[in-house]
Design a protein around this ligand. Structure first.
Ligand code: FPP
Length: 265
């Protein structure tokens, strides 16, 4: 199904049909969220509840991530952005950071061929200045190889913080103004969006956070201006394609006004 939706050289088209988006999903294609963002929280709590190590929780989280990328792709989601490591996560114990970075590296090494075959286009968002050369090379290779894929755009946020991203974007625009390439009055929302790490992606429609905390944690603040929020108590390793479906169905039932009024009001 994944390849059927996005296979070959077929152009990736935004949802338009009123047909159900995929079997088992009651939401028509034109009501799907185009961009889903996920804060994959609760690996540690999941592991503690099972008497396992936090590392085991992160490993289980990686397996969940693989299933969810495939499910999102099967459902016809255009963009999936997940929070793998924040600019604040460097405060964690060295051992956990080392483990996570090794896990990301192994994940890429193991999954990249399959994702490429399945037409997934991978991009990393966040700062690139604290990773090892080896990991940077792995990231760049994954991006280069999948750049022309027309399936789901899978953004992995690594060393990412939304405020940091916004400051970097402001600096890029300030440089262009200083060099006389643009005028301050040329800067509008569209131009600003295009210098963010997510340039080219539609805004976040559905923002999901697992494991019970009710906050955004510096994730995609600009992009989520009108996102619908979905919080669940489920720890990330237990999050299933079924629950993703429920979140999407819940989203499809919301009235979105974007600051205006709906037709009935
Ligand atoms: C939050 O759980 C999770 C993280 C900080 C890391 C996210 C990483 C994964 C889902 C592993 C797989 C990712 C890739 C890219 C292979 P937590 O440790 O904050 O959990 P807690 O709040 O219960 O302690």
């Amino acid at each position: 199904m994944w390849r059927k939706l996005f296979g070959g050289d077929a152009e990736h088209k935004p949802p338009s049909s009123k047909e159900p988006a995929s079997p088992g999903l009651s939401v028509p294609q034109n009501m799907l969220p185009r961009h889903i963002a996920i804060v994959m929280d609760g690996n540690g709590r999941w592991a503690t509840a099972k008497g396992s190590s936090r590392s085991a929780g992160h490993e289980a989280g990686a397996r969940t991530l693989k299933r969810i990328v495939r499910a999102a792709s099967d459902m016809g989601i255009e963009v999936l952005t997940v929070y793998a490591f924040s600019t604040e996560n460097w405060k964690r114990p060295h051992r956990e950071i080392d483990f996570l970075l090794r896990l990301f590296d192994t994940f890429l090494k193991r999954e990249i061929d399959e994702m490429h075959k399945e037409n997934v286009c991978i991009r990393f968002i966040g700062r690139r200045d604290r990773f090892s050369d080896r990991f940077l090379a792995r990231m760049e290779d994954a991006e280069r190889r999948t750049a022309h894929n027309t399936g789901v755009h899978f953004n992995l946020a690594a060393n990412y913080g939304s405020q940091d991203e916004i400051v970097r974007a402001v600096r890029k625009l300030a440089t262009r103004v200083a060099e006389g390439e643009i005028r301050p009055e040329d800067i509008d929302e569209a131009l600003f969006s295009n210098v963010l790490d997510t340039a080219g992606d539609p805004p976040v429609d559905l923002f999901i956070r697992t494991s019970g905390d009710l906050r955004l944690s510096n994730f995609l603040l600009w992009q989520s201006a009108y996102a619908e929020l979905y919080f669940t108590e489920t720890h990330w390793p237990d999050f299933t394609p079924e629950e993703l479906k429920r979140a999407i169905e819940n989203f499809a039932g919301r009235k979105r006004r974007f600051g205006g009024l709906t037709t009935e009001e």
